[in-house]
Design a protein around this ligand. Sequence first.
Ligand SMILES: Cc1ncc(COP(=O)(O)O)c(C=O)c1O
Length: 396
Amino acid sequence: MCVAVMNYSISERAASLSPSLTLAIDAKAKQMKAEGQDVVGFGAGEPDFDTPDHIKMAAIKALADGFTKYTPSSGIPELRQAIADKFKRENGLTYKPNQIIVSCGGKHSCYNVVIATCQPGDEVIIPAPYWLSYPEMVKLAGAKPVIVQTTDQTEFKVTPDQLRAAITPRTRLLILNSPSNPTGSVYTPDEVKALGDLCVEKGVLIMSDEIYEHLLYDGAVHKSVASFSPAHQEHTIVVHGFAKAWSMTGWRLGFLAAPEPIAKAIDAVQSHSTSNPTSFAQRGAVAALTGPLDHLSRWLAEYSKRRTYAWQKLNSIPGISCVNAKGAFYLFPNISKLGLKSSEFCAKLLEQQKVAAVPGIAFGADEYLRLSYATSLANIQKGLDRLEQFARTLSQ
Ligand SMILES: Cc1ncc(COP(=O)(O)O)c(C=O)c1O
């Protein structure tokens, strides 16, 4: 059945979607800035550092060499090989290049997984707070998102008992995201293994979104759920991308590693939808994976300084509490004591104090805000001082 909107019929699936609130807030903050207003933006989901030069140079060379034509739909062989090598080197996982699919961003990789594995009648378990696109992708596949709520009491981590209670005969997929957007929490290897064991036992596939793998603090360790045993690997599709650790958000390049039949199905889906990701961008990605990672330690030191400042400041504001993040570049403070739901809180914060934050409701958690610290320390100081003033007007 279609949904009538003015004189047009819109498919029920498209009409059921909510547009991305994070992109909307970011766009609004940028527009206010362009109008000359002094806005502090905590909305960005992208690093504030530039793509390292050696990556740019590889793409520029590819363009100069005329590498501007269609490539194989799932990526150039040298990039698929470089990705397979990355999984071997960093995660101890063995994949053949035909199990690797390169797509137009990590978001596209996630979408391909959901479309290729889920259908009407299927259930997909998504722990909340979640990255806001997951439930919408599941709806686009005609499947049903099953949300399992977590809170700051458990550092936003789903427990095996919660997962067991949510699994039904219709469960097709669990979506795991560690390090997490929006909370910054990181599952320990034991916690990941316990969830993976349960999925193997119950025959549930896992989409493990590991795009923030390299952004870890305070000694936190990332272990891919696929890496515990061959059975875990056979139940897992690992999603990744170049946006976060190499600051290549605008390049639109993501990748995944999957069991062969799933990779083959995704290859077919992609060949009839987007075809290949941009040819010369793929050459840049080869340089990203085969070149030095020196930039990361500098970025991590800077992120961690900002994270510590922001976390301490947030916890000093009456009515706000915040667990510290172990990964990614977000904090997810609890604002429930201040008496406003997150949308109203963020709307007023932007209007009265010119601070852009993303309401927790976008991530399935209405008592929180998401603040990205992928912005300068000076901005963070200014923005959090304003947030404090705003919170004080509410708690009086
Ligand atoms: C958890 C998570 N997965 C996937 C993505 C997709 O990133 P991109 O499509 O820019 O590669 C993002 C981006 O914000 C994310 O936060």
